[in-house]
Design a protein around this ligand. Structure first.
Ligand code: CP
Length: 449
């Protein structure tokens, strides 16, 4: 990707740690006087394409662009767009990104939709939340607020609590915390644990390993049914200094990040006994230095009595959404220079190796490639690990473990660890999860398959 290519924010990985810190410093300038920056992006137009409801994300983006001196066009719900008449996301962003708008913010119910929008739009695309996948600008708000509170991110111990499976804010926040060297304690509502694809990515990208955790006195949060885990990139010999390596005892907390049950993505499951932050919890000794965070909207998972506690910072997270989104848009539009190194690899960088199709659609039923994009977008997978082969959907990140490797020229498939498989040139490799899948694609078993 050349230096002049457009920059998108699809995943929080699309910004380097240096860039994120530079955006924080710029946001600090903006928040001093939000009304003083109308000369930064005069004449620029942002389009918000929101195919799911929103209060904070859409309105703070719109406010941010107006405060930068630009204008806004908006589609606040799917029914008000031609999607209701069957138009594809690809066609919508091709039309709106260009003469209608200079930058797009897209929210969509399908995992991976923001990647599709970024691919088809000619202007920068910001992911305003795609299904249960990622919500990178919420993470900018969360990290910025936490950094302002604690003065640093490295070494913090952050509890992620509630619906860790379907909450996109949790996923982006976890990737960022790991990258900044924070430790994570997961306390899921039973059945709503962190998805394997997120844990795999934390491990493969950041060396983050999960070990069982015991959490002391956190009434209403840590119960006998919760399976708490400690996720850290600390090497085992460091862990050995304070744990028996099979269980980490949580003795301090810097922040507890609560998230609501994402009912719009549940199949009617009960959430009886969902964790709740109560005044009693706030009196726990473990909470003495902890900040209470929430991306909002809340339903019933934080008692209203907790709002006045100075450790509650969830309304500050929402408030800081305006200056941090001002900084982000000014940066992506090229209106401000940022002296910071870029990410080593963009998730959208064509230089990142994409494996040839595995002969199957992504298994994630919520993935955009399994809904409308099936009409125009082939399934694509990114190589995560060579041996044993592990791939991830290039759109939603769902993991695929391939046991067979096929050769595009000989049309034969082999066990991934066979000598025949190793001889196949990288550009001729195609991966399969099963013999049946390979045969459906017209491949025959090799001699040692
Ligand atoms: N945190 C967040 O994304 O809120 P909205 O759904 O109101 O945008």
């Amino acid at each position: 990707m050349g230096p002049d290519a457009k920059r998108d924010l699809v995943s929080i990985d699309d910004l380097s740690c240096d860039e994120i810190m530079a955006l924080f410093r710029r946001a600090d300038d903006y928040r001093e006087d939000l009304r003083a920056w109308s000369g930064v992006c005069p004449g620029s137009i942002m389009a918000t394409l929101f195919f799911e409801p929103s209060t904070r994300t859409r309105l703070s983006f719109e406010s941010a662009m107006l405060r930068l001196g630009g204008g806004v066009v908006t589609a606040a719900d799917a029914q008000s767009t031609s999607q209701a008449k069957g138009e594809s996301l690809a066609d919508t962003v091709r039309v709106v990104g260009g003469s209608y708008a200079d930058i797009l913010v897209v929210r969509h119910p399908c995992d991976g939709a923001a990647r599709v929008a970024a691919r088809y739009a000619s202007v920068p695309v910001i992911n305003g939340g795609d299904g249960a996948h990622e919500h990178p600008t919420q993470t900018l708000c969360d990290l910025y607020t936490l950094w302002r509170e604690k003065g640093e991110l490295r070494g913090l111990d952050v509890v992620l609590c509630g619906d860790l499976r379907f909450s996109r804010t949790i996923h982006s926040f976890a990737y960022a915390l790991a990258r900044f060297g924070a430790n994570i304690v997961t306390i899921p509502y039973p059945g709503f644990e962190m998805p394997p694809s997120v844990l795999d990515r934390l491990d493969s990208q950041f060396g983050v390993q999960a070990i069982a955790a015991s959490v002391g006195d956190l009434p209403g949060i840590a119960t006998a049914e919760n399976s708490a885990a400690y996720l850290t990139a600390s090497r085992p010999h460091q862990l050995a200094l304070f744990t028996n390596l099979t269980e980490h005892h949580v003795e301090r907390i810097d922040a507890i990040y609560m998230t609501r049950a994402q009912r719009e993505r549940h199949a009617g499951q009960s959430t009886e006994g969902y964790p709740r932050i109560s005044p009693e919890l706030m009196r726990s000794d473990l909470m003495r230095d902890a900040r209470v965070m929430h991306p909002l909207p809340r339903t019933d998972e934080i008692a209203y009595e907790v709002d006045a506690d100075p450790r509650s910072i969830y309304f500050r997270q929402a408030e800081l959404g305006v200056p941090i989104r001002m900084a982000l848009m000014a940066f992506l539009l090229g209106a401000i220079e940022i002296d910071a190194s870029r990410p080593t690899a963009f998730a959208s960088d064509p230089g990142l190796r994409f494996a040839a199709g595995i002969g199957a659609q992504c298994r994630n039923v919520r993935c955009i490639t399994n809904s409308e994009a099936v009409r125009y977008l082939p399934a694509e997978f990114r190589m995560v690990r060579e041996d044993p082969p592990e791939l991830a959907c290039a759109y939603c990140g769902e993991a695929v473990r391939a046991s067979l490797v096929g050769c595009l020229t000989s049309k034969r498939f082999h066990a991934h660890d066979s000598a025949d498989a190793r001889r196949i040139k990288p550009e001729n490799r195609v991966y399969f999860e099963s013999e049946q899948q390979a045969r459906v694609e017209g491949f025959r078993g090799g001699a040692d398959a």
